[in-house]
Ligand binder design. Structure first.
Ligand SMILES: C[S@@+](CC[C@H](N)C(=O)[O-])C[C@H]1O[C@@H](n2cnc3c(N)ncnc32)[C@H](O)[C@@H]1O
Length: 234
């Protein structure tokens, strides 16, 4: 088992690292984010605005904690991930969901099938971000939407400094106390620091074809929600 992926994010390493944290993944998240993850997920659900019978792809869904809010409105939600360990834990907890194994850069779906595609805390872990954004675009119906929830850059410089200190110094020891694989949380801190800020991610979305791209900061920019639309066919 890989305990900690490197920043080139080799797919085998990333999948294996998540296999290793699967069992305590949700608990560790709650602790490390001081319970903020719940509020963030509620905001993602509002942004996705899944309607009854709409098809929603939750990519990099892990144990499907991120998928559940979309199911509550009666949407048909497909959680997809390439870590079989995460999928297995998800299936034990929410056996009724159509868990699907798949890689973000080569999605196992036809073109133009989903009304909405979304990815929470997953895009940062994909080795080829532009390829994943293009794949999300391909499987979305014309007129459909994407919502990306990802760690980002706090907008107020003094807060950004305190937060970066938290990530690099405080988070690893806390993870050591609660996670089944504390090394994975060193990767978490490094990968957040290395990730494009809000405008840079918006540009990547536009480059992949998404239109009307916009973002909203949560918790001062610790997290950002990016949104885009696939243009209607003429
Ligand atoms: C931090 S977890 C997020 C899980 C869930 N979305 C949530 O919000 O709790 C990141 C997930 O991304 C998945 N992942 C990373 N790279 C992927 C890829 N190329 N294709 C599919 N899943 C991927 C990992 O296996 C892991 O389950």
């Amino acid at each position: 088992m890989t305990t900690r992926a490197s920043l080139d994010k080799q797919p085998q390493e990333v999948a294996s690292m998540f296999d290793g944290v699967a069992k305590r993944y949700d608990l560790t998240n709650d602790i490390l984010s001081f319970g903020q993850d719940r509020a963030w997920r509620a905001e993602v659900a509002k942004a996705v605005d899944a309607r009854p019978a709409q098809k929603v792809l939750d990519l990099a869904a892990g144990t499907a904690t991120s998928s559940l809010p979309f199911t509550r409105t009666g949407a048909y939600v497909v959680p997809c991930d390439f870590s079989l360990g995460m999928l297995r834990v998800g299936k034990q907890r929410h056996g009724w969901l159509p868990f699907t194994a798949g890689d973000a850069t080569r999605l196992p779906f036809r073109d133009d099938v989903f009304d909405a595609v979304t990815i929470s805390f997953g895009l940062r872990n994909v080795s080829d971000t532009p390829a994943a954004l293009r794949e999300l675009y391909r499987v979305t119906k014309p007129g459909g939407r994407v919502v990306i929830c990802e760690f980002s850059s706090p907008t107020w410089a003094p807060f950004r400094t305190v937060y970066t200190e938290y990530l690099m110094r405080a988070l690893p020891p806390v993870a050591r106390a609660v996670s089944s694989n504390p090394d994975a949380y060193v990767y978490l801190a490094e990968s957040i620091r290395d990730w494009p800020d809000q405008p840079a991610l918006a540009s990547l979305l536009q480059d992949a074809g998404w239109s009307k791209v916009a973002w909203r900061n949560l918790t001062g920019g610790i997290v950002a929600l990016h949104r885009g639309f696939k243009p209607q066919e003429r």
